[in-house]
Design a protein around this ligand. Sequence first.
Ligand SMILES: CC(C)(COP(=O)(O)OP(=O)(O)OC[C@H]1O[C@@H](n2cnc3c(N)ncnc32)[C@H](O)[C@@H]1OP(=O)(O)O)[C@@H](O)C(=O)NCCC(=O)NCCSC(=O)C[C@](C)(O)C(=O)O
Ligand SMILES: [Mg+2]
Length: 332
Amino acid sequence: MASRSKLVRVLFQTSVRLSTPLRSYCSAPGQHSIIFRPRRALLFVAGNDERKICKIPTLDADCVVMDCEDAVAPSKKDEARKTVTRMLDEVDFGRTECAVRINSVDSGLADDDLLAILQAKNLPSAIVLPKVESVEEMQTFAANLNTAVAEIEVNPTFDLFAILESAKGLMNLQPILQEIVSLSDMSPFRLAALAFGSEDFAADIGASRTSEATELLYARQMVVLAAKAFGLQAIDYASVDFKDTESLKRQAEEGARFGFTGKVAIHPLQVPIIQQAFSPSPERVVWARGLIQAFQQHQQEGKGVFMYEGRMIDKPILLQAQNMVQSEAVEK
Ligand SMILES: CC(C)(COP(=O)(O)OP(=O)(O)OC[C@H]1O[C@@H](n2cnc3c(N)ncnc32)[C@H](O)[C@@H]1OP(=O)(O)O)[C@@H](O)C(=O)NCCC(=O)NCCSC(=O)C[C@](C)(O)C(=O)O
Ligand SMILES: [Mg+2]
């Protein structure tokens, strides 16, 4: 157990670090900044599957999520923790960001996951927390992460991706997110993304999954709304039929139109399709640049609203164009 003085030091240092302004890459109108790091495809891989993890540097994914949760059988949890910890130090993931999905707070396994992962010299930049359902769980998670971080020499700050995957979690979404944001003032994490766990969610509400995903519509839109209200990236569901690349393209493009900023991937085949769907097309970027220029010109002439390429333009459309240009710049 860490001494109280070390815990206080960690809390103080963490809050100092978190007061540093973050770069932003896009923002919803009148809302907070959303973090700059593009996370179009989050490629999951079982934490105990060393062969697949070693392939990650060749796959050009924005982010890999090494999983200690549902991709790992109960009897392999310890093996997964050890493999993930070793892979963090041994594999050069190149441009791919490293995240680790720990087990849910109520599983009783999350603490051991955290303690194991924090033994790595190269810590992951993000922790993925599944099955978020209550404010109390978030308090437990923050306390346990603070304790685990107090045991090590370095003072990391993790991006946190919360996964919403139950009816209870959906009903409690706003207080949960509020609690995470306020806990992050005193903890070594910063809430960065809200993801939707469609498979657990469908099981929880007794829905049957379809390719059109109409049964998920309300929950997905709630996830996007909550993410935008809290200035977070919004990560859409995993399309589990990975051989059906045509449906994946349609589903990913729909997610991008809904306002999601990325999508879970489970197979290498899905990565380029998802990343393409969540990148603005060159034509749209040219359109956005022209619009921004025209907007500035009209502003100088004292006009707030004007026509551009046959469409009425005002401030919200300008903000959407700015998002497009900025996200294209960071994805390069
Ligand atoms: C489906 C599986 C078993 C088919 O695996 P396979 O080996 O049978 O497939 P393959 O087509 O033969 O694979 C081709 C090559 O790609 C490799 N490969 C294949 N997949 C990956 C991968 N992910 N990362 C890196 N490499 C991968 C694979 O090893 C192989 O290379 P090789 O011949 O040289 O060995 C495999 O793709 C896999 O394990 N995917 C990840 C599954 C996973 O992590 N699931 C949990 C996340 S989603 C989730 O939990 C739900 C959620 C959010 O919580 C909720 O909605 O509720
Ligand atoms: Mg799940």
